[in-house]
Unconditional design. Sequence first.
Length: 373
Amino acid sequence: MIRSPHYTPKHEAFREAVRDFMAAEVVPYFAEWQAAGRTPRELWLKAGKAGMLCTKMSPAFGGGGGDLYHSLIIIEEQTRVGFNELTFYLHSDIIAPYIELYGTDEQKERFLPRMARGELVAAIAMTEPGAGSDLQAIRTTAVSDGNDYRLNGQKVFISNGQVGNLICVAAKTDPQAGGKGISLLLLETDGANGFVRGKNLNKIGCKAQDSSELFFEDVRVPPENLLGGVEGQGFPLLMQRLPEERLIMAMSAVANMEEAVKEAEAWLAVRGGIDGARAKLADCKIKAKIGRAFLEDAVDSFIEGTFDTTEGAMIKWWTTQRQNEVIDECVQMMSVDGYRMDNVVTRRFADSRLGRIAGGTNEIMKDLIGRSL
């Protein structure tokens, strides 16, 4: 049981429901999804029906009316069964809040209920071949043309890019204004002429999470799909959401550490100890324990409204760095078994490498922390 005044028996009841869902709807099919490089659309509809999507969203729009602990529970239970892909959190905890917090009333009513039901699967398109960490350098444009915006450009490494049918696209509505000219447009892809999905990228880990190239060639987007109805708000809105995104990445990192330690411990118990294994395992357990304390303190801080950009950078850096260290040690302790892809710890090793890159590289996290000193 998580020790927090914000964590209640209702959270534990929700955890049981999530655990049942993962056992019935994820575990039997996960190997198939990994081979396919994506999750099926049916999973999203099942997740929506089971209340696994948009858990923090207001019930007025079909959401669960919960808090960040509901997000943590889903990530923990996914991680426990080796489903390290973060497709649900991106949809529910990153993109849905953009619309709920910053969208027009019409946008909220049009998109949010369908997102909660899993009828719309969301992606956010920021990264470009020449603009990763420097968002202000994006070249995708959305130029006003008659009654619509004309969207042109290319995006890459877009999670949910293959299965998503609602893409939140960062584009320059004023190419001469730098960051102040960036806006967010909500593109429904079904029937969108000029929208093309590129190849599903072959990554070292998170194989069931599709990561796609996206191309836009004179795609018509109606003005009512401009997020919030005001141009030039994209960059500050994106910056406001990054601390929570980094906190959610820390959730995944801590859960992965904890599970890898349990799995290595179980392996050693069956096969007998190896020289130095006990000390190495103790070191891993200490790091996971510290990560858990750091994480739960940060979640409480977020719920209480005191979590800030610096805290987001610190917890993202610390937990993803320690995650890689801990899982690497677990692989080493398991000897040649740790080098087999049918070993869940080995998959965690491959999956976890993304943590130090996504959501802003850990080098950038150090820079953000340094600026606050």
